[in-house]
Design a protein around this ligand. Structure first.
Ligand code: ACO
Length: 436
């Protein structure tokens, strides 16, 4: 970050002296006003619920231009990465800043596959959960529990510990997600197979059984890999900010990532793909395409509390570039599986068409986000709806850990400690009559 040839002046109508604040610029994107000394100079805080105008950190990992509908990982457009790289290349890029050369690629793949197994004791921990527990409840527990198993990579002040924890998390997440699925359906866990690709191995751990060989379908393998790439990072979203805030206290990386998993679960964030598919199934049950108009009227009625899930985004106000790529993958997967006439896909396309022409959505700049189509792809692959957010967590783990490690390596990092505008009771005494 560098000082730009500009200064911000804050003046007050009550005659208090005005304050000058430095302005910094990044490589692209909006400049920032440095308000760090504001409280010391004025005795006032800034007020910004939801962080609509607040940059909480400097970061060199992911850049989003919401107006252009652009997403860059380390400068590379998501469209190019989704078609020219695989998920592990993307992980290497996010963690290290550059795409791997051939040797680095081979070494990185080997390193990740060497860490795919989880401690055998994890199975017994898993057994404590009800079989019908939501996979995100199970995953929050399993990821947090990793810190109880890998004591040699929990010191966040040690760069080598941070490096190993990153690899362990990326390598073990597919194993944990597949275990939470197998536990729910009462099937034996499948150990990882290191001769398969990252997504091929995950498909086998999910859908293989010890009774017969599992053949990975290359179209589904590629589709899943693309889902992973598209979800790998998304700058300072709610779960990533949660991971940074949690990690800023000095807690271990596994605990910080578990906090990210918990945050991602919410329906306004990672839970949206699950909520979107449930919404499509609901409309389908209640009359399908013929009822779309009625449903849209509910969405536009502020009092109904109904939202078009998979639409709208805090940052993208033009289109979500990931949604386009996901729609392409959706076509490929449905064609491969002979599901071109899938009624939910038709319904989704109809909803999208109506919404894109409707004034309500146009005026508010609401476009489909990645979740609008990712649920249909995952459902076609055979992934149960309740596991969708778990797949998202698996893919986002690399983003979380890259952002956490970036923060910890920053000499300016401090424990995160927001302020507040207090609106409760001022100091008062407990009534003398109130005695137990
Ligand atoms: N359906 C109907 N109306 C919507 C929707 C929607 N999906 N999204 C936003 N709006 C409306 C709001 O009601 C509001 O209208 P108003 O100005 O008349 O009050 C306006 O559009 C602006 O919406 P906000 O909620 O202020 O926008 P914000 O940026 O805070 O919210 C969010 C973004 C949370 C993603 C929202 O669009 C939403 O809830 N979408 C549905 C859930 C979803 O798909 N989430 C996935 C996000 S992507 C991800 O996590 C991978």
């Amino acid at each position: 970050m560098k000082l730009v040839d500009n200064k911000a002046t804050l003046s007050f109508s009550n005659g208090s002296p005005s304050v000058e604040m430095p302005v910094y610029g990044g490589s692209i994107g909006p400049d920032v006003i440095d308000i760090r000394k504001l409280y010391a100079q004025t005795g006032m805080f800034t007020y910004d619920p939801g962080f609509l105008s607040t940059a909480s950190c400097q970061s060199a990992i992911t850049y989003i231009d919401g107006d252009k509908g652009e997403l860059l990982y380390r400068g590379y457009p998501i469209e190019q990465l989704a078609t020219q790289a695989d998920y592990l290349d993307t992980c290497f890029l996010l963690l290290n800043g550059e795409l791997p050369n051939e040797t680095e690629r081979g070494d990185f793949h080997k390193l990740v596959t060497n860490h795919t197994m989880v401690n055998e004791q994890m199975q017994f921990f898993l057994r404590g959960f009800r079989r019908d527990a939501h996979p995100m409840a199970v995953l929050t527990g399993l990821v947090g529990a990793l810190s109880a198993f890998y004591h040699d990579s929990t010191d966040i002040n040690n760069p080598e510990h941070r490096r190993i924890a990153a690899i362990r998390l990326i390598a073990k997440m597919p194993t944990l997600v597949a275990m939470s699925y197998k536990y729910g359906v009462g099937q034996p866990y499948m150990y990882p197979r290191n001769d398969l690709s990252y997504s091929g191995n995950f498909l086998r751990m999910m859908f293989g059984t010890p009774c017969e060989d599992y053949k990975v379908n290359p179209v589904l393998e590629k589709a899943l890999d693309r889902i992973f790439i598209l979800h790998a990072d998304h700058e300072q979203n709610a779960s990533t900010s949660t991971v940074r805030l949690c990690g800023s206290s000095g807690t271990n990386p596994f605990a910080a990532i578990a906090a990210g998993v918990a945050c991602l679960w919410g329906p306004a964030h990672g839970g949206a793909n699950e909520a979107c598919l449930n919404m499509l199934e609901d409309i389908q049950r209640n009359g399908g395409v013929a009822k779309v108009g009625e449903f849209m009227n509910q969405v536009k009625d502020k009092n109904s509390g109904v939202k078009l899930m998979g639409f709208g985004h805090r940052v993208y106000k033009n289109y979500d570039p990931r949604a386009k790529l996901m729609q392409e993958t959706c076509n490929e997967v449905l064609a491969e599986l002979g599901l071109e006439n899938d009624p939910l896909f038709k319904l989704a396309k109809e909803l999208e068409k109506i919404a894109l022409e409707d004034d309500y959505f146009v005026q508010r700049k609401l476009y489909p986000n990645v979740d609008f189509y990712s649920g249909i792809v995952q459902r076609a692959i055979g992934i149960p709806v309740s596991l969708f957010t778990g797949i998202f967590a698996l893919a986002r783990t690399v983003g979380w850990i890259a952002q956490l490690n970036e923060m910890l390596a920053d000499p300016e990092y401090k424990i995160g400690r927001p302020r507040q505008l207090f609106t409760g009771a001022a100091r008062r005494d407990v009534p003398a009559s109130f005695k137990r």
